[in-house]
Design a protein around this ligand. Structure first.
Ligand SMILES: Cc1cc2nc3c(=O)[nH]c(=O)nc-3n(C[C@H](O)[C@H](O)[C@H](O)COP(=O)(O)OP(=O)(O)OC[C@H]3O[C@@H](n4cnc5c(N)ncnc54)[C@H](O)[C@@H]3O)c2cc1C
Length: 510
């Protein structure tokens, strides 16, 4: 597509500079360490976060309120904790102007699309929670995913598609042999070994295209390419795909898992009113003998509240900067977690462009895969697809994080996504009416070797009255069910503390 043609397409950037702190704190934290002069991002919210990052101690006004439990972070983990604590006097603090964190949906003319989490496995904690709050999961029902390779759409890549891959026969054989080897591995028997070695160590004997496939699939699903992925996770996925090829248990909604966080917030809001605060950036969590003092900034005001217990549902790169008195070992474990920067680029077409598969992989492009936003409702009686919205998942290498700092850098990434998309197949050379980009600096932790067995158990150790939720406490991959599992554990621990019992869970050291 020529630059001229692109000039007429409207690019809308969300997240980061417009939405405020989480990504900018994250981005600038890393960039500032490597560039001591720092990076300036224009936004009042960011200023607060930059100051937290730089170790500024905010003046802490005396506590003006008391609560049983303060929950910091209104992503799926914080919301799930709040949902479980409805019998308690809680306060939920979220620094963004909306709930949902990395599971957040947006709309174009009333049509929902995902800006982050896309789907759930059928029997997960998240599906159970959805049903509990009256949100019926809709089946994806597409078998295992297809891919577009060398201009050809191949459905069910790791099932029937293996015979149809548009590669030379020797490469196709290599894919088949790789699958056979992966299926023969006894995961449970070799778990402790496989969680600690890279997935790529199993690819040495196979063609480069096999590695290319997984270096596309991994970053979108668990933040990391095969060199940085724990082998267990990759091999487990190959085995799961075999099962999925027979029966697809995935479920979702238009807008992906953002539909779940939206519903959770809708259920909780009438009950809690002003005890669910948006635009409230927590700057300090200070444990004392009888309580924990939580200081947050809402608008221009700093406020402190006292809590009997605090649940930190924020990602650890933020948590370790705001919780005072973390044991050195725990803080260092939190620091070891690596996070992939990520854009989701929604291409909005006013005509059908692609409706052949739910989640389609595109090895060798700027983006890894794309999802049809209204897939699970497109066949409902009476539904007519007015806009074909395709959500292009665009995980990035850590070293490119700073590109997201500016609107120009972000638009360039989106323009490259559009260019690559339009080159995939001749039928895709159509201009979208709009391109919506949601950028995040550190949304998905990388499932690196050793993370699940050695690092995460240390990060989630309770600290007297402070408890640690968020998906990055649990693993083995960043997922909404893991965020909910983390919330349930933190709630259990907080309740035990309030009941006067010592917290029992111990760190497993691998
Ligand atoms: C592009 C993408 C695709 C994904 N796809 C899937 C998928 O298909 N299925 C799946 O299960 N998972 C998926 N995931 C992972 C899933 O989105 C996350 O694991 C999950 O949303 C994490 O929820 P959380 O509440 O643990 O953390 P977060 O979503 O990170 O929530 C933390 C919240 O804390 C807030 N916060 C941070 N600092 C402060 C502060 N100082 N004060 C107050 N609030 C603060 C943040 O703004 C945020 O809202 C995907 C993730 C991404 C990025």
């Amino acid at each position: 597509m020529s630059a001229n043609r692109r000039d007429f397409i409207k690019f809308v950037v969300a997240g980061a500079v417009t939405a405020g702190c989480p990504m900018d704190l994250a981005l600038v934290a890393q960039t500032a360490e490597s560039h001591p002069g720092g990076v300036t991002v224009d936004s009042e919210n960011n200023q607060i976060c930059h100051q937290v990052r730089d170790g500024k101690v905010f003046s802490r006004p005396p506590a003006s309120e008391k609560h049983d439990i303060v929950i910091v972070g209104g992503g799926v983990s914080g919301l799930a904790a709040a949902h479980q604590l409805q019998h308690r006097d809680i306060l939920l603090l979220e620094k963004e102007p909306h709930w949902g964190g990395n599971a957040y949906l947006m709309e174009y003319e009333g049509n929902a699309y995902a800006t982050g989490a896309a789907f759930l496995e059928g029997d997960s904690e998240a599906v159970r929670l959805a049903k509990e709050i009256g949100l019926d999961p809709l089946p994806v029902n597409d078998g295992s995913d297809g891919a577009i390779i060398n201009g050809v759409f191949v459905p069910d890549v790791w099932g029937t598609g293996l015979n149809k891959l548009p590669y030379p026969p020797i490469t196709r054989e290599s894919f088949k042999k790789f699958k056979k080897e992966m299926l023969s591995i006894d995961l449970e028997k070799r778990a402790s070994e496989l969680y600690n070695v890279p997935f790529s160590s199993f690819m040495k004997l196979y063609s480069g295209e096999v590695k290319q496939y997984w270096d596309t699939f991994g970053p979108s699903n668990w933040g990391a390419a095969s060199d940085d992925t724990a082998a267990y996770i990759g091999i487990y996925t190959v085995q799961e795909m075999e099962a999925m090829s027979a029966a697809d248990h995935r479920v979702t909604w238009p807008g992906g898992i953002g539909a779940l966080t939206k519903k959770l917030a809708d259920v909780l809001q009438p009950k809690y009113g002003d005890r669910m605060q948006l635009g409230a950036t927590t700057v300090a969590v200070v444990p004392g003998k009888e309580d924990v003092q939580v200081t947050y900034m809402a608008g221009a005001d700093l406020k402190t509240v006292s809590a009997k217990a605090v649940i930190m549902a924020t990602p650890k790169f933020i948590t370790r900067r705001i919780v005072e008195g973390l044991p050195d070992r725990q803080s260092k474990a939190m620091q070891q977690i690596r996070y992939a920067p990520y854009c989701v680029v929604n291409l909005i077409f006013d005509k059908p462009v692609f409706n052949r598969g739910y989640d389609t992989w595109c090895p060798g492009n700027t983006f890894t895969d794309f999802i049809v936003a209204d897939w699970v409702i497109r066949r409902k009686s009476g539904y007519k697809q007015k806009y074909n919205i395709l959500s292009c998942y665009t995980p990035m290498a850590e070293e490119n994080r700073a590109l997201l700092l500016t609107e120009a850098g972000t638009r360039k990434i989106a323009a490259n996504v559009l260019r690559d998309f339009q080159n995939l197949m001749p039928a895709f050379n159509v201009d979208p009416v709009e391109v919506h980009i949601y950028r995040r600096g550190h949304p998905m932790y990388m499932s690196t070797p050793g993370l699940y067995t050695n690092v995460q158990p240390l990060t989630r150790q309770p600290m007297d009255r402070v408890f640690f939720a968020n998906t990055d406490s649990e693993g083995p991959v960043s997922g909404t069910p893991e965020g909910i599992v983390a919330a349930r554990r933190a709630v259990r621990q907080a309740e035990a503390k309030l009941a006067g019992a010592p917290a029992k869970e111990k760190a497993a050291v691998g």
